[in-house]
Design a protein around this ligand. Structure first.
Ligand code: PLP
Length: 431
């Protein structure tokens, strides 16, 4: 399985996760919540600060030529980044993690496991940037890629027949929130000798832990829920196998995509509130789902909490929360989308997700614009689709805002469809 062919890895591994207090020496066993809140506390021995300091230095003293301590150069290893890596690894239940400069660089590191002639199979509606990278690398012969629908009947037989080297999972998928059975795919990967990777960005380890379901590697855009404040771009790869971890760490260093210490510091700070934030994200998301389901303007709502969602039962089994990403189709198509985004106030029209602030995005023109139009259509991404990342604002404010914008979308779309029969007074009131 190794792409290293016996080469040694120069990178120091992330420290063991867990509370690292200097006093008392024997810390009591702690839950993941407590360990994350307290990650790195008491590690500053010179000044005894409670919170760990940030180490921005790019280099470290050598004791003599060729003799140095744990760290020599920050691309290769950094104490602040190692604290963040340890906390992420503990949250995901892995043996270690590599913290990278972005989610995409984490994904690029994982593709180093593939050589020319190897096949990668990935969901048709995976994140648009992953789709773009896989397609471009395949076009230049780095490896082969085949996009498929992992929730469809027959997809397991297809995978058995194709014998991929890597199976890429993203669940819930982006932007349609389709659910893939991670345990079933991990079993199949073991059966056929493939590496099973899960992009866990959409749920975060609070709501889903793919390694415990059998995946070999987990990848994150830490830009999203882990940092949670929309002020860092970062990524991480988590492994529960020492060999895979070494390989990931080696490539992260060799490719020069290690995360910056300042970003790692902010991400660690963000992670301390991940569990608390996730509770409010989810409460708010369920209120928003309810408002969308009740709206006449909405043709379809995609959220795994809904009993009618095709992946509801799998999600109930493999997730510990429903998540706060929602997508929905407006009956009025593109004119309704334009009216909706123009009328909404508490949801910013912006890329990304998982921050404290609520966001709305239009996958056709934004997150998934890099996919060819036929690929978008084939993946089920239409012009009337919108995606919400529900933040932690007051739920009543979000729902009231959403209802106003939906009403506006409905009326203006009706006017666009047929200016003569649509009710003119209603149109004037909302315009
Ligand atoms: C599911 C998923 N994976 C990966 C990425 C890429 O992460 P980044 O933007 O941090 O490079 C994104 C970005 O939106 C994403 O949504």
């Amino acid at each position: 399985m190794s792409a290293l062919n016996g080469r040694r890895i120069p990178q120091s591994r992330p420290p063991q996760a867990g509370p690292a207090e200097s006093r008392p020496t024997q810390a009591p066993a702690a839950s993941r919540v407590t360990s994350t809140v307290r990650a790195g506390l008491g590690t500053d021995s010179p000044h005894r600060s409670v919170m760990p300091p940030i180490h921005l230095s790019s280099n470290y003293f050598f004791d003599a030529p060729g003799v140095h301590g744990k760290y020599d150069y920050t691309r290769t290893g950094n104490p602040t980044r190692d604290l963040a890596a340890g906390a992420i690894a503990e949250l995901e239940g892995g043996c270690g993690a590599a913290v990278t400069s972005s989610g995409m660089s984490a994904i690029a590191v994982l593709t180093r496991f593939l050589s020319a002639g190897d096949l990668l199979i990935a969901p048709r509606d995976c994140y648009g940037g992953s789709h773009r990278l896989f397609t471009a690398e395949a076009a230049r012969g780095s490896y082969d890629v085949r996009f498929f629908n992992p929730w469809e009947e027959g997809s397991f037989d297809l995978a058995r027949a194709l014998r991929p080297r890597m199976i890429w999972l993203e669940t819930p998928s982006n932007p349609l929130l389709r659910i893939t059975d991670i345990a079933a795919w991990a079993r199949l990967a073991t059966e056929i000798g493939a590496i099973c990777v899960a992009d866990n960005t959409f749920l975060s380890p609070v709501n889903q832990r793919p390694l415990e379901l059998g995946a070999d590697l987990v990848v994150h855009s830490t830009t999203k829920f882990l940092n949670g404040h929309s002020d860092v771009v970062g990524g991480a790869v988590i492994a529960d196998d020492e060999g895979l971890l070494e390989e990931v760490a080696w490539w992260t260093n060799a490719m020069g995509v290690s995360g910056a210490p300042f970003d790692a510091y902010l991400t660690l700070r963000g992670m301390r509130t991940l569990h608390a934030r996730s509770r409010v994200h989810e409460e708010n998301a369920l209120r928003v789902v309810d408002a969308l389901v009740r709206s006449e303007a909405v043709a379809e709502v995609n959220h795994p909490s809904l009993p009618g969602h095709p992946g509801h039962e799998i999600a109930a089994r493999q997730q510990s929360g429903w998540g706060s990403l929602i997508s929905f189709e407006l009956r009025g198509g593109r004119p309704a989308v334009d009216a909706f985004v123009d009328g909404i106030r508490h949801f910013a029209l912006a890329e990304s997700l998982g921050g404290v602030e609520s966001l709305v995005s239009h996958p056709w023109t934004m997150t998934h614009a890099s996919m060819e139009a036929p690929a978008r259509v084939e993946a089920g991404i239409g012009q009337g689709l919108l995606r919400l990342s529900v933040g932690i604002e007051a739920a009543d404010d979000l729902v009231a805002d959403l209802e106003r914008a939906l009403e506006r979308a409905e009326v203006l779309a009706a006017v666009a469809r047929d200016p003569h029969t649509a009710c003119p007074r209603a149109a004037i009131e909302v315009a």
